[in-house]
Write a protein that binds this ligand. Structure first.
Ligand code: FPP
Length: 238
């Protein structure tokens, strides 16, 4: 998978939008809007940092518990992001994919996903996987229910897991970033992050930018990754 091919997969929990908005005297939805801007900065700078795949946690399955107005705003932002970024993604060689359940998403979001995935499927420079209605535990459970006897390796189970969430196969997460000061995984890519390096920063997501991404990747490149063995493997030369 990705690591053997030397690809770099970075996952990000974009946390802290609400607290950022509160600190600026705005509604929480303004924090999410600023969060989209931060996501765009990170997407633009990712290829320059050597990143091949970027998984962004935009809406967890547990986020349905939030007030209807916030859920509505987040769904609107996701649909707008996918529609508006599709053309820009085609130009910059970015392939947009959405992972997670689709059956509970509003129709405009499902249409925007279909549009963006179709339009950008030829992108080879960077894969951006936006997680919507995503729960790693739920995905593992659904994959386990479909498990044929032929799926007997971590790699083949990983491919099955990607397929239950409509994703194309992707390598393991190498670097897992979480902004906003919390130090937890929150049900994001649990299987894929088995050997991920965890990077936590206190700054809220709307303040995160290209320099911060570059710093995280530089820190990652300095890590000694042994994958349970004794010999460090340098899978990602700069
Ligand atoms: C967590 O912050 C963030 C979310 C639940 C939503 C993340 C969504 C975006 C950044 C916008 C959508 C992005 C794309 C790419 C479509 P929080 O609201 O839990 O913040 P808090 O912990 O400060 O309250």
């Amino acid at each position: 998978m990705g690591t053997e091919r030397g690809e770099l997969h970075v996952a990000i929990v974009m946390d802290g939008n609400g607290r950022w908005a509160e600190a600026h005297g705005c509604a929480r939805t303004a924090g999410h809007e600023a969060g989209v801007e931060a996501a765009l900065r990170v997407i633009e700078s990712a290829p320059g940092c050597g990143i091949d795949a970027l998984s962004l946690y935009a809406f967890s399955s547990d986020n349905w518990q939030r007030p209807a107005s916030e859920v509505h705003a987040l769904m609107g932002l996701a649909a707008r992001f996918l529609r508006e970024q599709a053309a820009r993604a085609v130009e910059s060689g970015v392939r947009l994919e959405v992972i997670g359940r689709r059956d509970r998403l509003p129709a405009p979001v499902r249409h925007a996903i279909a549009f963006a995935e179709r339009a950008t499927q030829g992108g080879r420079r960077l894969r951006v996987r936006v997680a919507l209605d995503y729960s790693a535990r739920d995905a593992i459970l659904r994959a386990a229910r479909r498990l044929p006897a032929t799926v007997a390796t971590h790699e083949s189970f990983g491919a099955l897991l990607a397929s239950v969430d409509r994703g194309t196969p992707v390598g393991p997460v190498d670097l897992f970033i979480r902004t906003g000061g919390e130090r937890r995984l929150s049900d994001f890519l649990l299987w894929e992050s088995a050997y991920a390096e965890l990077y936590f920063v206190d700054m809220p997501w709307p303040e995160f930018g290209a320099v911060d991404l570059a710093e995280a990747v530089a820190w990652f490149r300095g890590r000694s990754r042994r994958f349970g063995g004794l010999v460090p493997r340098r899978a990602h030369p700069a």
